[in-house]
Design a protein around this ligand. Structure first.
Ligand SMILES: Cc1cc2nc3c(=O)[nH]c(=O)nc-3n(C[C@H](O)[C@H](O)[C@H](O)COP(=O)(O)OP(=O)(O)OC[C@H]3O[C@@H](n4cnc5c(N)ncnc54)[C@H](O)[C@@H]3O)c2cc1C
Length: 304
């Protein structure tokens, strides 16, 4: 067996791109070709669109894509967390149904963990999932759910047993966000932007096969998702830059990035960014308002 080295990987991906990269293809057509080659997610398992390369070699592949100006798979948003969780805990059906469409960018995802009464105390989640006949039926409310109003699928942590200790009574579901009984309501911030949502469930249904692992495993699986969120350990997630080149494929990718990053533009923690404040002050004509040290100025600010 030939040894895999940084040089051999670089050589191989470069040759593949030289033979295959075509900026005149449509984004979806290109990504399907890329996914079939295994270079879209080279650290993923071979049966699931990868090449089983060590995750440390992914940056080498990325460098070659950048050098060639080639578009990669979809990497924005919660979809990468969904992929990492499904790879670790999903059934073949989950992998078959979701992984390719995550990489092509056809499906978008959201994370449905936090609730009004369970943020830091996540295991205290009260959203209920009950088994009724051959379906799970979900009732309750989530909050702070980034991009939920645009999502096709959600990663849902819900309580299935009220009697067990809180960490044990949870299950993890993949829920279809585009069904009656699921309502995502954007949560408007005091800066006028809506980065998050509240999501309300009223008898929303989940097929039994969309339970991930077993009833009672919710906490364990949520921990996987959160671990990937904290560490970016999936090796896929990165801030895509996009390109302003004129070909259709770049325009399609730029639009995908624009939609995915829209909520992040005005995340509350960015309120401290002076560059954004200056821009906003200019837009609203407030850059001429004297503020510092003036009681009148302070009143102007508090009225905004
Ligand atoms: C930018 C951003 C994006 C997010 N996106 C999502 C998302 O997509 N999906 C999702 O489900 N959630 C999301 N969240 C929610 C997030 O992950 C946390 O669950 C949530 O912010 C914490 O809950 P809370 O705001 O209710 O705070 P609380 O839990 O009420 O905590 C408030 C304060 O009390 C402190 N505190 C809490 N409990 C204790 C204790 N026992 N002892 C001492 N101190 C304590 C906390 O440290 C904190 O300072 C997002 C949050 C942010 C900021």
């Amino acid at each position: 067996m030939t040894e895999i080295t940084a040089d051999s990987v670089r050589h191989e991906v470069r040759a593949w791109l030289q033979a295959n990269w075509n900026p005149n293809l449509a984004l979806l057509e290109w990504r399907n070709k890329l996914i079939d080659s295994g270079w879209g997610a080279p650290h993923w398992p071979k049966p699931w669109y990868g090449r089983e390369l060590p995750v440390g070699m992914v940056p080498i592949v990325d460098e070659e894509f950048e050098r060639a100006g080639a578009v990669s798979v979809a990497r924005t948003g919660i979809r990468t967390l969904a992929a990492a969780t499904i790879l670790a805990h999903g059934t073949d059906l989950h992998k078959e149904k979701f992984l390719r469409r995550i990489l092509t960018g056809e499906d978008t995802w959201c994370q449905l963990f936090s609730e009004p009464g369970s943020g830091s105390d996540l295991a205290g989640a009260q959203t209920r999932a009950e088994r009724r006949g051959n379906k799970w039926v979900v009732n309750g409310q989530k909050v702070w759910n980034t991009s939920a109003h645009k999502a096709d699928w959600g990663l849902l942590l819900a309580r299935t047993n009220m009697d067990l200790p809180k960490h044990k009574g949870l299950a993890y579901f993949i829920i279809n966000m585009r069904q009656p009984g699921v309502q995502a309501v954007p949560l408007r911030q005091m800066n006028g932007h809506a980065s998050f949502n509240q999501v309300f469930f009223t008898d929303a249904e989940v097929e039994p096969e969309m339970l991930v692992e077993n009833d009672g495993d919710g906490w364990k699986i949520a921990t996987t998702t959160l671990m990937h969120e904290r560490r970016g350990a999936d090796g896929l997630r990165r801030q895509p830059r996009g390109s302003d080149r004129p070909e259709r494929i770049y325009r399609e990718e730029a639009e995908e990035i624009r939609i995915a990053l829209e909520p992040y533009k005005w995340y509350p923690q960015r309120m401290g960014r002076v560059d954004l404040i200056v821009e906003r002050a200019k837009e609203t004509g407030r850059n001429r308002t004297a503020v510092a040290g003036s009681p009148e100025g302070a009143r102007n600010v508090s009225r905004r």
